[in-house]
Design a binder for this molecule. Structure first.
Ligand SMILES: [Zn+2]
Length: 148
């Protein structure tokens, strides 16, 4: 898999900084106690563990943000816009409803709060079984479809 230029740069800088830090700690540490290479490898180990912890934390944070976005999108999808007439003044109002909760809307015309009642109806999935054409004076035909 070919790497993109920014990735190579970030990798080079990370490796470079790790080596610089390890060398510095190696020099500083060995001046007090132990050997340069002992301090050098321990510093690399500590940095690698540090990177792993930070990386997994960032990944988890990304996942949480992603989940929040998904949830928000799902809420958006579940909203349906319907046009209803106000029960008080018969004015048309466009309002958003959500199927899984109680819905109300405030009339734009009379400011009364309306409740919204939803009714669902089951139908059969049959296609029209009969098609009746009725002649209408001077304007061709109108078609009535009878379904069952
Ligand atoms: Zn109204």
């Amino acid at each position: 898999m070919p790497m993109k230029k920014p990735e190579i740069l970030i990798l080079s800088v990370s490796v470079g900084l790790t080596l610089v830090f390890s060398t510095l700690f190696g020099l500083a540490g060995s001046a007090i106690i132990g050997t340069f290479w002992g301090w050098f490898w321990i510093t690399i180990l500590v940095l690698l563990v540090g990177f792993a912890v930070v990386n997994s934390y960032l990944l988890r944070k990304d996942a949480q943000i992603y989940e929040a976005i998904q949830l928000e999108a799902l809420k958006e999808i579940s909203k349906i816009t319907v046009r209803l007439t106000c029960a008080y003044c018969q004015q048309f109002n466009d309002t958003q409803i959500t199927v899984n909760q109680r819905n109300t809307f405030k009339c734009e015309s009379c400011n009364q709060v309306n409740g919204i009642s939803m009714q669902f109806m089951a139908t059969t999935l049959t296609s029209p079984i009969e098609s009746v054409k009725m002649p209408i004076e001077n304007s061709g035909t109108v078609e009535f479809k009878v379904t069952s």
